[in-house]
Design a protein around this ligand. Structure first.
Ligand SMILES: NCc1[nH]cc(CCC(=O)O)c1CC(=O)O
Length: 293
């Protein structure tokens, strides 16, 4: 059978790995995702694993989301020179990020900083703040990256401060992996079923529903973080003006009577729909769309 023996890992390079245009230009179109889905549909692979935050919210033809893995730490991390924290950075320090959400959050927390739009893979970005391994050269004082990405690369020791979810709430689905298969492939579905984590699936469902409800892309200045804890599903979402000058926030909770999948789904829908209504009421659509213009 196809899934009986060893698993063969097939590495696939995506447009998101090679294209150096700014994330706000590329955002929302699945640049990290399309090449893997093509391989799945061609039959070159049977399972595709993505960072779920890179997945567009629209469903893809012929593709089934078979599992959502237990979330890694969702938080962002500051990776600064000389072990500095955000509070320690000198006035006017240069901090790099390609994410409009992180730009807005940095500008709220430290209006004096110079926020620099950067791209590139994780080692390249780290080098810009912490020094090129060969030359020691750097042109920034810090960069902000997802802790989950650092951990997966074994680079979490480069974080000089883990940013809290209150002041730095994260992107929808950050830290979770999406496991995709060809639509209707029952053998593949059974093979990956154990990697699904129902509370994470419910949380990221809620977060991504906020993204879809605001018609925002993955590069929008939008944070959404949900968690199942203490018998409840909590969701907190914030839309920002990229310059940090204004924001709209909404937080909602749903009390769970059970942990059945159907109830988790209902809870995710409910908290997300209430959050979207409140955000739209507060003018979030303008903030999210202004960033796209
Ligand atoms: N947009 C790039 C991206 N997509 C997923 C991750 C890693 C975090 C994750 O897997 O959620 C990153 C890098 C980053 O945000 O620093």
């Amino acid at each position: 059978a196809r899934f009986a023996g060893e698993v063969e890992i097939v590495e696939i390079t995506t447009q998101g790995d090679t294209d150096r245009s700014s994330l706000s230009q590329l955002g929302g179109t699945g640049v990290f995702v399309s090449a893997l889905r093509d391989a799945l549909l061609d039959g070159r692979v049977d399972v595709a694993v993505h960072s779920m935050k890179d997945l567009p919210t629209a469903p893809a033809a012929g593709i089934e989301l078979a599992a959502v893995t237990k979330r890694e730490d969702a938080r962002d991390a500051l990776c600064a020179r000389d072990g500095l924290t955000l509070a320690d950075l000198p006035e006017g320090a240069k901090v790099g990020t390609g994410s409009p959400r992180r730009m807005a959050q940095l500008r709220v927390a430290r209006p004096d900083l110079e926020v620099v739009d950067i791209r590139g893979n994780v080692p390249t970005r780290l080098a810009r703040a912490q020094g090129d391994p060969q030359t020691g050269e750097r042109d920034l004082d810090a960069v902000v990256l997802a802790l989950a990405g650092l951990k997966r690369l074994g680079l979490e020791d480069r974080a000089t401060e883990v940013l809290d979810l209150i002041d730095f709430p994260t992107a929808p689905a950050q830290g979770a992996l999406a496991v995709e298969i060809r639509d209707g492939d029952g053998a593949a579905r059974a093979a990956v079923a154990k990697t699904d984590h129902a509370p994470t699936r419910a949380a990221v469902d809620a977060e991504r529903r906020v993204l879809a409800g605001l018609e925002a892309g993955c590069a929008a200045p939008l944070a959404a973080h949900a968690e199942v804890a203490d018998g409840m599903l909590f969701l907190s979402a914030i839309a920002y003006a990229t310059d940090g000058s204004s924001r709209v926030a909404a937080s909602h909770a749903y009390t769970l009577d059970s942990t059945r999948a159907s109830e988790l789904e209902e809870a995710a829908r409910d908290v997300a729909d209430r959050a979207v209504a409140e955000l739209l009421d507060g003018g979030a659509a303008d903030l999210v769309q202004a960033a796209r213009a």
